[in-house]
Design a protein around this ligand. Structure first.
Ligand SMILES: Nc1nc2c(ncn2[C@@H]2O[C@H](COP(=O)(O)OP(=O)(O)OP(=O)(O)O)[C@@H](O)[C@H]2O)c(=O)[nH]1
Ligand SMILES: [Mg+2]
Length: 294
């Protein structure tokens, strides 16, 4: 048996969470086209007949400005110290390469073997554009392997898995084969709501949002609904107005989309009650961060 721990690290928006979901075949981590979507270290277990990989999806590495961002980056940096190998995710675009060049040294600093995946190659208009990008990435450091992939479509992901497995030690699996994560349903439900806010609202709003699940009542009988009460926290009254929307339209859209995902996750009907609250400056102060689960 091969068994080990792999951190998925890189700049924000590179496709780290998409890769983990693709490999697990399960939507564990929320994803969006806004950078800094992932805020926690997320554990996902991948099993093969002769191997187990414990993935840690991490927040994107960036220059932190607010207290929340500092916690996020610290989480990612601490994870890099604890693993057997690192999967360094880089978006194969001009902006993605610039961001990758900036964080390459940080990713390699821990001295762990690193597989670099050049992601989103499905977006490259021409195949010839790949080679110079691969050469550029090769120049950033000493990588155990370099692989072009599309985390969204799955292309190249098996090769990345094989390269990672080659770096892992022999050993007994850490988790039973039916375990996908250690994250609670409550946490995942809150994340699904946060994902809808990230996907459905614009510009700066997502960064001011945190979600708490206040009540999670499991159904008494099969077929009955799980009753969930949750709060979307924002920092300013204007943001609250945006999340609620005209006549409550935005909140309804967020709630419906989140509920459908929750029903898939929990395998049954969900009754969701959503509230919006202003918690001034929560993302800038330790007290606010603690209160909202960071
Ligand atoms: N076309 C295409 N889009 C991708 C691919 N991989 C990820 N994406 C998209 O890129 C965006 C960012 O993906 P995420 O998986 O959230 O990125 P991340 O690295 O986890 O980002 P943070 O959590 O913010 O650090 C999402 O809109 C994904 O759908 C890919 O291979 N091809
Ligand atoms: Mg992510």
């Amino acid at each position: 048996m091969k068994s080990g721990v792999v951190a998925i690290a890189g700049a924000p928006n590179a496709g780290k969470s998409t890769f983990m979901n693709q490999v697990l075949g399960f939507k564990l981590a929320i994803t969006s086209d806004k950078p800094q979507t992932t805020r926690h270290r997320l554990l996902g277990v991948y099993n093969e007949a002769e191997a187990q990989v414990v993935f840690f999806d991490t927040p994107g590495l960036h220059v932190p400005r607010r207290a929340l961002n500092k916690v996020m980056v610290d989480t990612a940096l601490a994870t890099l110290e604890e693993v057997d190998a690192v999967l360094f995710m880089v978006e194969a675009s001009r902006a993605g390469m610039e961001a990758g060049a900036k964080v390459a040294e940080i990713v390699a600093r821990g001295g762990k073997p690193v597989v670099l995946a050049l992601n989103k190659i499905d977006l490259l208009p021409r195949k010839q554009e790949l080679l110079p990008l691969l050469e550029q990435a090769a120049g950033w450091g000493k990588w155990s392997a370099l692989a072009p992939i599309s985390a969204l479509k799955g292309d190249g992901c098996e090769r990345v898995l094989a390269e990672l497995l080659a770096l892992l030690p022999e050993g007994e699996p850490f988790f039973q084969p039916d375990v996908i994560t250690d994250l609670s349903e409550r946490f995942l439900v809150a994340e699904l709501i946060r994902e809808k806010v990230f996907r459905l609202t614009e510009r700066e709003l997502p960064y001011a949002v945190a979600v708490t699940v206040d009540e999670f009542l499991e159904p008494a009988n099969q077929g009955q609904s799980t009753a969930i009460t949750a709060t979307i926290h924002v920092e300013r009254p204007g943001q609250k107005a945006i999340v609620i929307g005209r006549g409550g339209a935005m909140l309804k859209k967020i709630g419906t989309a989140a509920r459908l995902d929750m029903e898939r996750l929990l395998g049954g009907p969900v009754y969701l009650d959503l509230f919006v609250r202003v918690e001034p400056k929560w993302s800038r102060q330790d007290k606010g961060l603690r209160k909202l689960g960071y």
